[in-house]
Design a protein around this ligand. Structure first.
Ligand code: HH2
Length: 263
């Protein structure tokens, strides 16, 4: 899964057309790099990020989804916590709703996902984006994340979402210290064992720099991001959410070939 952020902090300033234009050009680059799913987001979920209104988020992501859909059959996911944005995105050609709140916060989310018939990514987060990194605590992070995700999958199925439409994501860095994120990656097989395809997103996150004990800026964290991708794939993750598609695909292909080589 390749990340396309249509947010002012992701692209240099300018008018909305320029933002959409830059986002579409980036999407096309990821397609040539071999991406399987494009994840389009119009609101940053970074700690301390400013919330974006519904109309503004729609104005950011829909022209981008429409433009990609006009030129490519690539699978598109929309990264949003807002039902109205998800509805508009699916109408514009997206087929997957990636919700960092696991369809658990905005009223009507589960029913809408069932009505739309789209795939859904249910991600674990502790708290909400603005405050989630303020000393998160767990007794047993792996057990708590697994039981939350199992419960959200049950709730989605009870609301009418097809079992085969559900993806689970432990939410690396969302209300977790780097120790929590490491525990989840080390024990990812316990999330995989829940019986749904698992998505992992750690690309360029601050946890990478903390774990590596360096001060690397966001675009200097490719090595650590690839290390997570390889470990997650080995533990059974079905999809990895990344900024750097070509490099990650290459690393995954070589690791897989080594795994299949003759003894
Ligand atoms: N991480 C981010 C956003 N959406 N969705 C899923 N399912 N899993 C993730 O790990 C995940 C996500 C944050 O990363 P990014 O899009 O790079 O930053 P921002 O939210 O600031 O745009």
């Amino acid at each position: 899964m390749g990340i396309v952020n249509v947010t002012p902090d992701s692209f240099s300033d300018g008018g909305r057309f320029l933002h959409a234009d830059a986002a579409v050009a980036h999407a096309h680059r990821l397609i040539t790099e071999g991406v399987d799913v494009l994840d389009i987001g119009g609101e940053s979920t970074r700690p301390r990020a400013e919330p974006v209104g519904e109309a503004e988020e729609i104005a950011r992501v829909i022209p981008v989804i429409e433009a990609i859909r006009r030129e490519s059959p690539i699978a598109i996911s929309v990264d949003t916590m807002k039902p109205a944005v998800a509805r508009a995105a699916i109408a514009a050609g997206a087929t997957m709703w990636n919700d960092v709140t696991a369809l658990d916060v905005a009223p009507g989310s589960l029913a809408l996902a069932a009505e739309l018939g789209c795939e859904v990514v249910l991600m674990h987060m502790r708290g909400e984006p603005r405050t989630m990194q303020a000393s998160p605590r767990y007794d047993d992070v792996v057990a708590e994340v697994a039981s939350f995700l199992a419960a959200r999958a049950e709730a989605a199925i009870a609301a009418g979402v097809g079992r085969d439409k559900i993806w689970l994501d432990p939410g690396i860095g969302f209300g977790k210290t780097s120790r929590h994120s490491l525990a989840l990656l080390r024990n990812l097989d316990r999330i995989v064992a829940l019986g749904f395809p698992v998505l992992v997103g750690a690309s360029r996150k601050s946890a990478i720099a903390r774990i590596a004990r360096d001060q690397s800026a966001e675009d200097q964290r490719l090595g650590g991001s690839i290390a997570v991708a390889l470990a997650a794939a080995r533990a059974g993750a079905a999809m990895i959410r990344v900024h750097d598609v070509a490099e990650t695909r290459q690393a995954l292909a070589v690791a897989a070939a080594i795994g299949q080589a003759e003894a």
